[in-house]
Design a protein around this ligand. Structure first.
Ligand SMILES: [Fe+2]
Ligand SMILES: [Fe+2]
Length: 146
């Protein structure tokens, strides 16, 4: 299988499953929208959409990330999450990584590099959700249980 075909296969949509819930309705709603945007983005790249269209969605994704990170940090702050400082740093690093991907995408005319950028965005955001956001799940659940 040529590399670009294999990479396209990795752009299959991510379903929302209950296991992705972090136990806070507001954060979950934003995460759902995140996944929807990531899926739409993967779809566009997989369907050879135009660079302009992909670029617009990429910018929307970054805007949503910025907004979401701010909201999530406010909720974590209000609930006195002890690892907030590290989490804030992870958000900053993620935004920087996303912006670097956008720059790379804008500079590239080869289709394979667009697919690579799409995969990078997908992996980075989903990784954050699964490995960083999941860390505050039990903290928020304890808060609700009290
Ligand atoms: Fe999040
Ligand atoms: Fe987060």
């Amino acid at each position: 299988m040529p590399q670009s075909t294999r990479m396209k296969a990795d752009l299959s949509p991510i379903p929302w499953v209950e296991a992705l819930s972090v136990g806070d309705a507001a954060i979950d709603a934003e995460h759902r929208f995140f996944i929807e945007l990531v899926n739409r983005f993967s779809d566009m790249v997989a369907q050879d959409a135009s660079k302009i269209g992909i670029n617009a969605l990429l910018h929307r994704l970054i805007e949503h990330s910025r907004e979401h990170f701010k909201n999530e940090e406010a909720i974590l702050e209000a609930s006195r999450y002890p690892e907030l400082a590290a989490h804030r740093q992870a958000h900053q690093a993620l935004l920087q990584a996303l912006e670097a991907v956008v720059q790379d995408f804008l500079a590239a005319d080869e289709y394979d590099r667009w697919v690579a950028a799409a995969l990078h965005v997908k992996t980075a955001l989903v990784d954050h959700l699964l490995h960083q956001d999941m860390r505050f799940k039990s903290h928020l659940q304890d808060r609700v249980g009290r």
